[in-house]
Design a protein around this ligand. Structure first.
Ligand code: SF4
Ligand code: SF4
Length: 347
């Protein structure tokens, strides 16, 4: 998080005219895969006849983007906690519009729809960042952890996508998100070799499997011995600039650190400023509490009321409440927790 963002948060806390820096938008709840660790409640998967009537229409999304532009939003991030953006039939129109309006475009994808054509499209439209859920460079492991709903193999198409980016000298930045489990942790060196063989792969984000009530959590989570083994494996890549993982990856909980710095007036050790820089919106237009805690904020929907109006009206309520103290702070993900502490320290 840079100082400019922190300055913007400071101003935004006083001035309702200043919007968030990023909109995290979940374009659809439909998905083409059925991953082992899909985080609960995603019972709609890709089918030709899936009903999407509750989702924001193309025009409603375009209106949202125009409104976001007025609020000074810089980045539109497509993803959310469930669903695959490429499952929307109008996804290419959406991506093109985001870039036409001058936003930075980032998107999380499961890779199912990637191929030569998508590589060409994203390159031509100067798409910025693609966060690709990619757990193994071994196609069998990838298809075991993240099988397609249709049973189809899609791994080769990901390779085709990456090769095309390379041959087009594309500027699209690909960030791999790797969830570490019992099934893939020993194959991590091969994955790093794979990542280093493609210029567009900028980083490998090593992610912990989160226990969000998953039925398969115990089957997949590393035990202490495996965790130690993985620590050794990771240490071999200490100097690899592509690798990204939190320093506390091997700690059970970091709650103690949260009270480390002195508190300013009106700020608590559990202050959450997230909504002053990332605003999360569900596929039906509901405003969501935050990217980590995907629950709707009652009465706020961009389908019914333009974002700028909501932003103004809402300025003193749910975001203010979270700055006073978020009950969910201890259970928050490390990245957001750290960002919140950093903001708190610089207010
Ligand atoms: S890609 Fe995401 S939404 Fe789709 S099944 Fe996997 S975890 Fe769930
Ligand atoms: S503390 Fe974390 S989980 Fe709670 S509202 Fe803030 S970002 Fe979300």
């Amino acid at each position: 998080m840079d100082l400019k963002t922190i300055q913007r948060i400071k101003k935004g806390m006083k001035d309702p005219g200043i919007g968030p820096e990023t909109i995290a938008l979940m374009p659809t709840r439909i998905c083409s895969l059925r991953c082992f660790y899909c985080r609960g409640g995603r019972f709609v998967h890709w089918q030709e006849d899936t009903d999407c009537s509750d989702e924001l229409s193309t025009q409603e999304l375009f209106n949202l983007f125009l409104d976001a532009k007025k609020l000074g939003v810089k980045e539109i991030n497509l993803g959310g906690v469930v669903g695959e953006p490429f499952c929307r039939k109008d996804i290419l129109l959406i991506l093109a519009k985001i870039k036409e309006l001058g936003f930075m475009g980032s998107m999380t994808t499961n890779g199912f729809a990637l191929n030569r054509d998508t590589a060409d499209f994203l390159t031509r439209h100067k798409w910025d960042i693609l966060l690709l859920s990619f757990d193994s460079s071994d196609s069998r492991i990838q298809h075991t952890l993240r099988p397609a709903f249709s049973g189809e193999s899609y791994f080769e198409r990901i390779l085709e996508f990456l090769q095309t980016l390379n041959s087009l000298r594309s500027k699209v930045r690909v960030l791999l998100n790797v969830v570490i489990t019992k099934i893939n942790y020993r194959k991590f060196p091969e994955l790093m070799k794979f990542a280093n063989s493609y210029k567009n792969i900028e980083s490998v984000n090593v992610l912990k499997l989160l226990n969000a009530g998953l039925p398969n959590y115990e089957l997949l989570q590393l035990n202490t011995g495996e965790l130690n083994e993985f620590r050794e494996i990771l240490s071999e890549f200490k100097k690899d600039k592509k690798i990204r993982y939190r320093n506390d990856w091997f700690e059970k909980n970091d709650a103690a650190a949260c009270c480390a710095d002195p508190l300013k007036e009106g700020v608590s050790e559990r202050s959450c400023f997230t909504n002053y820089y990332i605003l999360s919106i569900d596929s039906n237009g509901d405003i969501i509490k935050c990217p980590q805690n995907w629950v709707k904020v009652a009465g706020l929907n961009v389908k019914d009321t333009p974002l700028s109006k909501l932003w103004e009206k809402e300025h003193l309520s749910f975001r203010r409440g979270l700055v006073k103290g978020a009950a969910c702070f201890d259970g928050c993900c490390t990245i957001l927790k750290e960002q919140n502490r950093m903001i708190r320290g610089r207010l």
